[in-house]
Design a protein around this ligand. Structure first.
Ligand code: ADP
Ligand code: MG
Length: 319
């Protein structure tokens, strides 16, 4: 059986040229570039809570890092380094090798170096800390939205939650829809390039991990504003449009987690620059509403201005 130190050496030690010191000592050492502030975030994934235990390890390695990079994207930060704390039920080398492959493949794409972590035996748990850099004044915070801003969304929400509903047996997806939704669920794409390009354009941003309405609600609360969304302007993926269970599709669209799109606000004067940022980042961006003065909260209106009702706004581990 392979030892803890062999696992670290063989699977989790890679050159980290942009750190002062990487894996192997008591701490890693890093220095921010001139004029940059460090942006740090941790996200934890538990088997049975955030993913099914038999999830493909290659995809899990990707997803565990992707959800963390998504937080950096939502701040407009450049990913630099990551720390990986992992509890493994056993030293299954095939599993670890696939996990590491998924992790490093994504890490390489976004210039992220693994510089440390912790490895222990226990129920499968993955906690990753990412460290990025952003000029402090340009960080895309949740508290920057102002009345009059447009509300923007990258890509489309709902497919990941629809994929989860399929795995839970709440709906039976077939063909392309099934493929698309499961891919979104297991291998989300962090909108890092878009986040970077929104620096200096967007006034606030958040990534959609718990549901569009819930996450936009966090911006509203932090900024002390309300937001009014135009129901018809919210982009729908094909699987959502084609879904026969329309109430489930609506729930996934508005309250489904795990999509990792960015929802952000910006003054209307930035519209063409934001369209261009989306094109350069390779992701569709759409205006879906407006920030208005008022008690923090989200309203949803149809084309005739009538209120569209919705159930729960998003996911909460303790609710
Ligand atoms: P310590 O006893 O000081 O916590 P460890 O024996 O846990 O040190 O780890 C040895 C080195 O390997 C440290 O530099 C640590 O950051 C790194 N490390 C441990 N586990 C991982 C991992 N899963 N991924 C990356 N680095 C790791
Ligand atoms: Mg340790």
């Amino acid at each position: 059986m392979i030892s803890e130190f062999e696992i670290i050496r063989k699977y989790f030690t890679r050159p980290a040229p942009s750190a002062v010191l990487g894996v192997g000592d008591d701490c890693a050492l890093v220095a921010a570039r001139k004029g940059m502030t460090l942006a740090l975030s941790t996200d934890m994934l538990l088997a049975g809570r955030h993913f099914v235990p038999d999830t493909d390890p290659l995809k899990l390695g990707h997803k565990a890092l992707a959800v963390n990079l998504s937080d950096l994207a939502a701040m407009g930060a450049d990913p630099r380094w990551a720390l990986l704390a992992i509890a493994l039920p056993s030293a299954d080398e095939k599993w670890i090798a696939a996990f590491a492959k998924g992790f490093f493949r994504l890490a390489r794409r976004f210039g992220t170096e693994l510089i440390g972590g912790d490895t222990t035996k226990g129920p499968l748990t993955i906690a990753i800390t990412v460290i990025g850099e952003v000029p402090a004044k340009l960080a895309l915070r949740r508290d920057g939205a102002r009345a009059g801003d447009d509300v923007w969304l990258s890509g489309a929400t709902g497919e990941a939650a629809l994929g989860l509903a399929h795995l839970q047996g709440r709906i039976k997806l077939k063909g392309r829809a099934r493929e698309a939704c499961l891919e979104r669920l297991h291998a989300p794409e962090p909108r890092v390039k878009l986040g970077q390009r929104l620096r200096g354009l967007a006034r606030s941003a958040i990534d959609v991990s718990d549901g569009l309405l819930a996450d936009l609600g966090h911006i509203a609360t932090a900024s002390g504003v309300a937001a009014e969304l135009r129901w018809d302007d919210i982009p729908r993926a094909k699987a959502i449009v084609d879904c026969e269970n329309t109430s489930l599709a609506k729930e996934c669209l508005l309250a489904g987690g795990d999509d990792y799109e960015l929802v952000f606000t910006a003054p209307p004067s930035k519209r063409s620059a934001i369209e261009a940022a989306g094109r350069r980042a390779g992701v569709r961006v759409a205006t879906i509403g407006a920030v208005i003065a008022g008690r923090p909260g989200i309203r949803l209106r149809d084309a005739r201005g009538k209120n569209v009702s919705f159930g729960r706004a998003g996911f909460d581990h303790f609710a």
